[in-house]
Design a protein around this ligand. Structure first.
Ligand code: ADP
Ligand code: MG
Length: 700
């Protein structure tokens, strides 16, 4: 019951409801209680109705919510239904009450705020007891004990016989409510320069549980509360914030924090029509890294990405490009990956090992985020990067749990988790930019790539582009690289000196000239906006000429494999990669059509990648099997031959084929010593030959 004086507030809410929410309340009454139990109120409506009332709601949310719910119970309804337990849930607070999670401070306690972020973790939905009915085992009287958060409270004595039990909880007579805990983390796009995202836990109850999944971008409105750190034995004087959630809404907007002003737009359109836009773009990616123009161009295309296609039959073809850099250590891979964060509108940078228990994909875990018993679903990097780019360094070090989930994540762009009663599908519509080292640390140019990287062939084949980066001495290149790195460092030294020292023997003009050389062509902030703008506004389609260019290239490549003995050169997966790259290339120009030049650009990149990796190192021919199956054709032949050779020799010797004889004969048929040893090791690993005694071999 509202107290005197407060009944005015209840009246005020009633009036507000009559003016603004009459239809909604009637609808609620019809659906109550099974289909709907809440009236969602837009704070802006309340503000329009009465500024003071709306402001009061922000400062004293708990009381005001009670008045509002009281007004709802008293509301005059045409049908005979009581809205006894219906909630009033407020949403859409003003900007001023919408702090960044990292900005929440002590004075915010107990006030109503709204935060934006991405759901990182969510527990199972579980019933929580609100009021427990204890039945006395001696006299049968029920004693009701309300349960606030914290420990489970038992009665001191029975309300009937006044003895101390024993008691039994009567579930039918107790009151339960569904409850769930969510962890909301700052959105990747809100973070600049690799800040660590902060998070806030949100407790939700009743009808708003189970409505969001990890990876969803949400706005959560609720009251900030405090929870003491430490456990019962060891309480800390420091508290943590959590939010008692009133409403949690999914944000559909793609790039929340991106304000593209009219001026920005003019600048973007002007840039897009410049002759050398592609060169400008290349010069804007990791300018401190020398060379890698193909790789940088591919990264640009990846940022713009192809068009996601919805097919008439309801299926979908991804537009996102996945790209992998494999290479020798110290070749700038990590640097380039790290730079992506500066220019991608939404990105997540992580290492293959992953920084959380969810790793790269997702995990169902039982940890103290719940109460230790409850299962929690946690989103990993590829889910957090949904609709953006996931830059994953040291991809070859990824955890085995992730390996199996990666195939689905990369091709279907979703991740299914089915464990311990949790069945969920998380979205991971992102592009993966991975970096990896070869298996033995450095590249061996004479071995196929599939063998040198610790990723299984099925996964490798998901990548649209694979670049290999080798670090071999080359005098001219080394000189240029040295020049570039020294200039970059010198420019950095000058900038530091200008900031730190009062007198300097170099003029500002000279410093500017030096730094000019290592500045990005297009400023990172503008480039971010450019990419976001293009992705939102530009959905190109192929011209006939572009289609023909790609088709011809593909058919030509395939035809090299028609020779009976030749390996199949390229598979249809490459065709989709070609289309995506060409679309991305059109987007860079903000063009709605994919021109022939775009298709040619795409062909050039794919050709150079294929040359890097798809070429059979022994025959010089393209061999898609290297990429897609992990062994080249000549290699398969060689293994077959070697096994045949061993079995021939085996017949001549009673105790099995001596290894030195095998190596000798192998050399006679043109396979060098080390290669043959390598192949023998592989046959042994596969269990196709074994060693009955030292230095002899037998086939199985
Ligand atoms: P990786 O991840 O490939 O092992 P890093 O990105 O950590 O290598 O690079 C090692 C260092 O070498 C970095 O400081 C980087 O700036 C420098 N470096 C390597 N290659 C280049 C290059 N092509 N241009 C400029 N700097 C380079
Ligand atoms: Mg590295």
């Amino acid at each position: 019951m509202a107290q005197a004086g407060n009944s005015e507030l209840v009246d005020l809410f009633e009036q507000f409801f009559r003016n603004y929410y009459d239809n909604e309340i009637k609808q609620l009454a019809q659906r109550y209680p099974n289909e709907q139990r809440s009236l969602h109120v837009d704070w802006q409506d309340l503000y329009t109705f009465d500024h003071n009332l709306a402001d009061d709601f922000l400062n004293k949310p708990e009381q005001l919510q009670q008045y509002a719910e009281e007004a709802l119970r008293l509301y005059d309804l045409p049908i005979d239904v009581s809205l006894g337990q219906a909630h009033v849930r407020i949403r859409n607070l003003p900007e001023t009450e919408s702090p960044e999670i990292r900005e929440i401070r002590a004075p915010d306690m107990n006030s109503l705020v709204q935060v934006h972020g991405i759901v990182r973790k969510a527990t199972d939905v579980r019933p929580k007891i609100e009021e427990a009915a204890f039945e006395c085992q001696l006299c049968g009287t029920l004693t009701r004990v309300p349960q606030s958060s914290g420990d489970f409270q038992e009665p001191h004595e029975c309300q009937g016989c006044e003895r101390q039990g024993p008691f039994r909880v009567n579930f039918d007579q107790s009151e339960f409510v569904d409850s769930q805990k969510l962890r909301i983390q700052e959105s990747p796009e809100g973070l600049r320069g690799g800040e660590t995202p902060q998070s806030l836990d949100v407790h939700v109850e009743d009808d708003i549980t189970g409505e969001v999944t990890p990876g969803d971008h949400v706005s959560a409105t609720g009251v900030l509360r405090l929870e003491q750190q430490g456990d019962n034995q060891d309480k800390s004087p420091v508290f943590d914030f959590y939010m008692e959630g009133m409403s949690v809404d999914i944000d559909e907007e793609q790039f929340e924090d991106m304000d593209i002003t009219g001026e920005d737009k003019e600048e973007i359109v002007r840039l897009s029509s410049s002759e050398d836009i592609y060169d400008k773009m290349i010069a804007s990616i990791a300018p401190s890294i020398y060379g890698y123009n193909q790789e940088k161009l591919a990264m640009i295309l990846q940022l713009f990405s192809g068009v996601t296609k919805q097919l008439p039959d309801g299926s979908r073809i991804r537009g996102d490009l996945h790209m992998l850099l494999i290479g020798d250590p110290g070749t700038g891979k990590s640097q380039m990956l790290g730079y992506i964060q500066n220019i991608a509108p939404r990105s997540v940078y992580t290492s293959g090992k992953g920084s959380s228990s969810a790793g790269l994909t997702a995990a169902a875990v039982r940890d103290d985020f719940g109460d230790g018993q409850q299962w929690t679903l946690e989103a990993g990097a590829l889910v957090l990067a949904d609709q953006g780019i996931a830059a994953v360094d040291e991809l070859d070090k990824m955890r085995s749990e992730d390996r199996s989930a990666m195939h689905e994540a990369l091709e279907q762009q979703k991740i299914s988790v089915s464990k311990a009663g949790i069945n969920a599908t998380l979205k991971s519509r992102c592009s993966l930019l991975g970096a990896a080292n070869p298996k033995y640390g450095r590249f061996d140019q004479y071995e196929p790539i599939g063998e040198q990287i610790d990723l299984e062939p099925a996964l490798i084949s998901r990548f649209d582009l694979i670049f290999t980066v080798t670090d071999q001495p080359d005098e001219e290149k080394d000189r240029n690289l040295a020049e570039h790195i020294i200039t970059t460092n010198y420019a950095g030294e000058l900038t530091t000196q200008r900031e730190e020292m009062s007198s300097l023997d170099v003029s500002d003009a000279e410093i500017d000239e030096m730094t000019e050389q290592v500045d990005p062509e297009i400023d990172a902030e503008l480039l971010r906006k450019y990419i976001a703008y293009a992705k939102q506004n530009c959905h190109p389609r192929m011209t006939d000429e572009a289609q023909a260019t790609i088709r011809d290239f593909y058919v030509d490549l395939r035809s090299r494999g028609t020779d009976e003995d030749a390996a199949v050169p390229v598979t249809a997966r490459k065709l989709e990669a070609l289309v995506r790259l060409a679309e991305a290339s059109a987007r860079v120009r903000l063009s709605d059509t994919v021109e022939q030049r775009d298709a040619e650009r795409s062909v050039e990149i794919v050709r150079s990648c294929l040359q890097d990796i798809g070429v059979d190192p022994e025959t010089g021919e393209f061999d898609a099997d290297i990429v897609e199956a992990g062994t080249s054709k000549s290699q398969r032949d060689r293994i077959k031959n070697l096994k045949g050779l061993i079995s021939d020799i085996e017949e001549e010797y009673d105790d099995g084929a001596p290894v030195d004889i095998v190596l000798e004969r192998a050399e006679e048929v043109g396979m060098d010593h080390s290669k043959a040893e390598h192949e023998i090791d592989k046959l042994k690993q596969k269990g196709e030959v074994y060693e009955p005694s030292t230095d002899t071999l037998r086939t199985t």
